[in-house]
Write a protein that binds this ligand. Structure first.
Ligand code: TXA
Ligand code: MG
Length: 350
């Protein structure tokens, strides 16, 4: 049985729903909660048995480390053995917010299952009143990956969590739809450079603006030496159930025509067709299922709606999916990173 805690509207650490949910966490149970990025599946990061349940509930490979969530900057020093000045600058600019920093872990501060045996730990302070209230009430560092079954799109609504994990976890705190819609940006300072291990809610341009003196290496860029990697980046992620291909080209009219030709052919073969489109072009398509993620003119809406759109393609039963793409600037870098994974790298060049 999974308890449902309704926490929309104003809550703080003393609200009864938050008290109940946090007492489950303190007892070593799993509780899903909203953050400004996606819903997280929380466990007491110091409790190995609790952390192990995260991997079981999600079906997640155990060599993929978890992000530790905190409510106060003061908790950071208890978790890490050092925090260089440039990282402190980032924290004062972007915390609370969608930025995870990877730092040397303080021995014994969290279960080794959290770090997957690495000498480092990823830490973030979420900018969501419900998450902060829960973390304060739990009064412990909380390990929390996205609250989806491994390989499914990350949850941006409490209902998504119930679809994937209902019956497998102790509680779900419903704080309404999340804001950013994509996971946090994960960064690590190494060799005098800031490496973006996973693009996310904070853009490379924002990082560069805050740290003008430090080179910022975008995810996947060669770093002139051994580049640190987020272990999670190697897994196929965020996949809809149907086979998805990204249509890439500079002329929107030609891209739409190429997508429609593929859809028509797939339909003749008996596939159930789906399109993932931006609002500006959605009316151009004839398909069994058309999912709009958001507007090309405002990529914050596309980031917010992307995972929900992928889930709607599943609900629509689409087996053959073509997706539009966006320029890889600003939030577009994170959107395209997730789209490429959802499509397992399949590209239709137009
Ligand atoms: O927005 C988010 O970050 C969400 C919400 C719930 O806070 N959480 C999330 O966690 O996306 P998860 O576990 O799904 O993603 C963790 C990412 C993975 O790519 C993992 O490999 C990387 O962070 N990571 C965690 N610890 C790391 C470490 N010590 N070194 C390198 N990468 C690390
Ligand atoms: Mg995830």
């Amino acid at each position: 049985m999974t308890s449902w805690f309704q926490a929309e509207g104003q809550v703080d650490a003393f609200s009864p729903v938050i008290q109940e949910a946090s007492s489950l966490l303190r007892k070593g149970e799993l509780v899903a909660f909203p953050t400004e990025t996606v819903y997280g599946l929380g466990a007491d990061a110091r409790n190995t048995a609790a952390v192990e349940q995260i991997f079981t509930a999600k079906g997640r490979p155990s060599d993929n480390p978890l992000i530790v969530h905190i409510a106060e900057s003061g908790q950071l020093d208890g978790l890490v053995s050092e925090c260089p000045e440039p990282i402190r600058k980032l924290l004062s600019a972007f915390w609370p917010g969608p930025l995870t920093v990877v730092l040397p872990v303080r021995p014994g501060a969290v279960s080794p299952r959290v770090t997957a045996g690495l000498p480092t730990v990823g830490v973030r302070m979420p900018a969501h009143p419900v998450a902060l209230a829960l973390l304060r009430a739990a009064d412990c560092p909380v390990a929390a990956p996205s609250a989806n079954r491994s390989g499914r799109p990350s949850p941006t609504r409490a209902e998504h969590v119930r679809e994937d994990l209902g019956g497998r976890i102790a509680g779900i705190v419903d704080g309404g739809p999340t804001g950013v819609g994509l996971e946090s940006t994960v960064v690590e300072l190494a060799g005098g450079r800031l490496h973006v291990l996973r693009p996310g809610g904070i853009t490379a341009a924002q990082l560069r603006e805050t740290l003008p003196e430090i080179p910022v290496e975008a995810a996947g860029q060669p770093a002139g030496g051994e580049a640190p990697k987020a272990p999670g980046m190697k897994y196929a992620h965020y996949a809809p159930r149907g086979r998805m291909t990204l249509a890439v080209g500079s002329d929107p009219g030609q891209v739409c025509a190429a997508i429609q030709a593929q859809l028509d052919e797939a339909r003749r073969r008996g596939e159930r067709t789906g399109v993932l489109a931006f609002a500006e072009h959605a009316g151009w398509y004839d398909a069994d299922c058309i999912a709009v993620c958001g507007s090309l003119g405002d990529l914050t809406t596309a980031a917010r709606g992307l995972y929900d759109a992928l889930r709607r393609l599943d609900e629509g039963g689409a087996t053959w999916i073509l997706a539009e793409t966006c320029p890889e600037e600003g939030l577009g870098a994170a959107i395209m990173n997730r789209l490429r994974k959802a499509a397992a790298g399949r590209i239709l060049a137009v």
